[in-house]
Design a protein. Structure first.
Length: 92
């Protein structure tokens, strides 16, 4: 593949990830209830992993893969713990 075409595809992917991240941040901030915020946080974690994978493709630096694994594990643990101790909205 032509390197300039490869860079164009990576730039387009970066724009899509950035727009998705902004929309997800809006969902976390404005979300009507805690479950929307929880799903937004999960999706932000996934988009962060996509951004790191894009960085790996762009720079060919594989040292970030370990960071991606840690972020995936932390996102999973956070989702499970919040879902476990979540109460209904409006209840004390």
């Amino acid at each position: 593949m032509d390197p300039t075409l490869y860079n164009v595809f990576l730039c387009i992917a970066a724009v899509f990830i950035a727009v998705g991240f902004l929309l997800l941040a809006w969902r976390v901030i404005v979300g009507p209830d805690s479950m929307d915020r929880l799903l937004g946080n999960d999706a932000i974690t996934a988009s962060l992993q996509c951004a790191l994978a894009l960085y790996v493709c762009w720079t060919l630096d594989t040292t970030v893969v370990n960071v991606m694994m840690v972020i995936a594990l932390l996102g999973f643990i956070a989702s499970i713990s919040v879902a476990r101790f979540r109460k209904r909205d409006g209840s004390l």
